[in-house]
Design a protein around this ligand. Structure first.
Ligand SMILES: Nc1ncnc2c1ncn2[C@@H]1O[C@H](COP(=O)(O)OP(=O)(O)O)[C@@H](O)[C@H]1O
Ligand SMILES: [Mg+2]
Length: 170
């Protein structure tokens, strides 16, 4: 089942004279892991920002064509609705941790959703076990290596969205 679809997508930043993305057609199915590779400046982050809604919500420009994530049209959906489907792991994972431990970071989203404490503990444990990070649950994110931090941010993302996560490196 397609999870992300780009149909004839062109995108031009407001401040650019030429489009950055030309006629992008892309289907990513549920369960697929896809690497988007290309030279610096080729538009990888732009593509990611079209998936997570940063374009048009915080970055302006002109989009033509259609982009769907699940049942949502990313150009029309609210950032809130998109955030339930898309997670983004940034290049600098330090900027994404807010808790003193991995467990607190996983719990943060659940706290915001006002999940009751016993269920929250249960869900943190469940995700930690499922994602193989039970041993790191009470470790500070700052004690982890760079790669472990990125993996952890990914896992926290997965526990929140449960559907898609995109990762942005460069
Ligand atoms: N916020 C922006 N405003 C205007 N132009 C941008 C912006 N972000 C990226 N660009 C331009 O879009 C092109 C693609 O950038 P980007 O998507 O960051 O490429 P990549 O992630 O592959 O290195 C570059 O030419 C860059 O200068
Ligand atoms: Mg980039």
């Amino acid at each position: 089942m397609p999870a992300i679809i780009f149909e004839h997508v062109n995108f031009q930043y407001e401040s650019q004279a030429e489009p950055t993305l030309h006629d992008i057609n892309l289907t990513i199915n549920a369960g697929e892991k896809v690497l988007i590779a290309g030279p610096s400046g080729s538009g990888k982050s732009t593509l990611g920002n079209l998936i997570n809604g940063s374009i048009p919500h915080s970055i302006k420009g002109q989009v033509t064509g259609h982009i769907r994530v699940g049942k949502l049209d990313t150009q029309e959906a609210s950032l809130f609705d998109l955030s339930l489907l898309v997670g983004t792991v940034l290049q600098d994972p330090d900027s994404q941790f807010i808790g003193l431990t991995t467990a607190e970071d996983i719990a943060f989203g659940l706290e915001n959703d006002r999940v009751a404490r016993p269920e929250m503990h249960q869900r943190v444990e469940q995700w930690a076990t499922r994602l193989g990070i039970a041993a790191q649950l009470h470790q500070s994110p700052q004690e982890l290596s760079g790669g472990q931090k990125q993996r952890d941010a990914w896992r926290v993302c997965s526990s929140m969205t449960a559907t898609f996560s995109s990762s942005m490196n460069h």
